[in-house]
Design a protein around this ligand. Structure first.
Ligand SMILES: Cc1cc2nc3c(=O)[nH]c(=O)nc-3n(C[C@H](O)[C@H](O)[C@H](O)COP(=O)(O)O)c2cc1C
Length: 152
């Protein structure tokens, strides 16, 4: 899929001790407008997936093009990833919001899940969307990050 460019998001959730978890994803897709539903595909051994399953809710943080280091941090497996960025707890259901790195965040309740091979497809019903800035989205394709071209 390297030749199919996408945006970049960080899926976050809290575990039962309210410890924050999160991972970089490009498998995000819109599914339905009514009810507003999206999906992400997460590796089945992921601690972020464990937290999301336990909590029944998660947040999709859409990264802006100044957030490459956050995308790298959340794909690194670093156990202290949340000590190295700014985040806050959402008002209601969901996972941590990445306050400096996301241009928007969608809080979701888990609707249903489907295991296929190494990954679990998680369908989330969107309960709230927070727009943080008008920054351009971060892009990923051909195994590298990119920015949306500026118009002349
Ligand atoms: C740009 C990019 C997109 C990624 N997309 C996904 C994805 O959609 N699903 C997935 O399971 N892993 C994806 N990964 C890999 C995870 O971010 C990585 O395995 C991470 O360490 C998983 O976190 P965890 O330890 O909490 O599971 C992606 C990595 C990068 C760099």
């Amino acid at each position: 899929m390297a030749a199919y460019p996408t945006g970049v998001a960080v899926v976050t959730a809290f575990d039962r001790e309210l410890t924050p978890w999160g991972m970089t994803v490009s498998s995000l897709s819109s599914v339905s407008l009514d009810p507003p539903t999206l999906l992400v595909c997460l590796r089945h051994l992921s601690p972020t997936l464990d937290a999301l399953v336990h909590n029944g809710s998660f947040t999709v943080n859409l990264l802006h093009d100044g957030a490459r280091s956050a995308a790298e941090l959340f794909s690194s497996g670093d156990p202290s990833r949340f000590d190295r960025i700014s985040w806050e707890k959402p008002e209601s259901v969901g996972g941590p919001h990445l306050v400096d790195d996301a241009h928007a965040a969608a809080d979701c309740e888990v609707d249903h899940m489907h295991r296929t091979g190494t990954h679990v497809v998680v369908f989330g019903k969107v309960t709230r969307v927070v727009h943080r800035s008008a920054a351009q989205p971060l892009l990923y394709g051909l195994r590298q990050y990119a920015s949306w071209p500026r118009s002349a």
